[in-house]
Write a protein that binds this ligand. Structure first.
Ligand code: PHE
Length: 337
């Protein structure tokens, strides 16, 4: 029996077979169990002899099975360690990460320029009261200039802000008559416009407001010149054209020289050499007063620009809708900015 078992065990090639052998030779129905069970029918002299032989055979078989089992386990552990080895010299896999949206990049660029001139960044709600969006900005109900900014009304008194100018009023209220006021405010605005290459029902503006004693038109002009030179390049010139906004007087529209002009046939400025980028003016006395500043003592200037338009001019983008359609081929071109 022992010889047979050991021979069979020598041919075992898997853990599965080894387990079968264990059952076959050492299990409850195995030959050894049977022999030991039959011990009762043996004589007193035979019993210890047979018992000893049976135990020795059992021990021998067990020993071989144990050592084989150990071998298998060792091999298994080794195989697992080999499979799990990490080659630290392999180059890493790049994990794809997103990038800041080009509009936010341009907002950051503009913020940085104004922060460098001592401004702080202010914010206001996108769902705004009629009072802040129009009334306090010298645009009473039924004022025809309200039509310039067709609005999304939520109730009679609440609307999606059509401009960032309401933040002017909110800031003045917060400052409680203190000076200097020197803020810029970036944010989304909403107008009932049909979307096309240059219009969007939602877009981004940046507002600026300065209030102090003796603020003059020349301060506005100097500030804007410095700003556009930092944004578009140091040879940029500006041109002020008279305009109208209910909350500024006098009001101007500001053009910058077109840096896209490369010889004739410029698509961007249609060969005029100038690009409109800003609305601005001296804060209207009525607005100062509503904000708690005595127009006899204080004066200020304000300006507002469309961020998409600035980005389109700066990076020669032909359609405003590119900013909102999430086409990675477009967005990735600005990932490095
Ligand atoms: N709020 C104006 C607009 O949206 C822009 C502007 C801001 C003009 C501040 C003058 C002063 O058209």
């Amino acid at each position: 029996l022992k010889a047979e078992a050991l021979q069979e065990l020598a041919q075992v090639t898997s853990q599965q077979q080894l387990a079968e052998m264990r059952i076959k030779y050492l299990g409850k129905k195995g030959p050894l169990t049977e022999i030991l069970r039959g011990m009762g029918s043996l004589s007193a002299e035979e019993r210890p002899i047979i018992g000893q032989v049976a135990n020795e055979v059992r021990g021998a078989i067990e020993a071989v099975i144990e050592s084989k089992q150990e071998e298998y386990q060792k091999a298994e552990t080794e195989a697992r360690l080999r499979a799990e080895t990490i080659d630290v010299t392999l180059p890493g896999r790049p994990s794809p990460i997103g990038a800041t949206h080009p509009i936010n990049k341009v907002i950051q660029q503009i913020e940085d320029i104004f922060i460098g001139m001592g401004y702080t960044v202010a914010e206001g709600p996108e769902v705004e009261q009629d009072y802040y969006n129009f009334e306090a900005l010298n645009l009473p109900k039924n004022h025809p200039a309200r039509d310039m900014q067709d609005s999304f009304y939520i109730t009679e008194e609440i609307l999606m802000r059509t401009q960032t100018s309401p933040v002017q009023v909110r800031t003045m209220e917060k400052m409680k008559g203190e000076v200097p006021v020197k803020i810029i405010c970036p944010g989304k605005v909403y107008r009932r416009d049909d979307d096309d290459a240059t219009h969007s029902h939602m877009f981004t503006q940046i507002e600026g407001l300065v209030i102090d004693r003796n603020i003059r038109m020349s301060d506005l002009k100097g500030t804007l010149l410095q700003f556009v030179r930092e944004l578009f390049g140091h040879h940029t010139q500006i041109r002020l054209r008279p305009s109208f906004f209910p909350f500024t007087e006098p009001s101007v529209e500001v053009d910058v020289t077109c840096a896209m002009c490369k010889g004739s046939g410029c698509r961007v400025c249609k060969q005029s050499g100038w690009l409109e980028i800003l609305g601005a003016g001296m804060v209207h006395p009525n607005v100062l007063e509503k904000g708690g500043y005595d127009p006899e003592e204080y004066s200020g200037f304000a300006f507002g620009m469309g961020v998409e338009r600035v980005a389109m001019l700066k990076y020669d983008i032909e359609d405003i809708r590119h900013f909102y359609t999430n086409d990675l081929r477009f967005l990735k071109q600005f990932a490095h900015l």
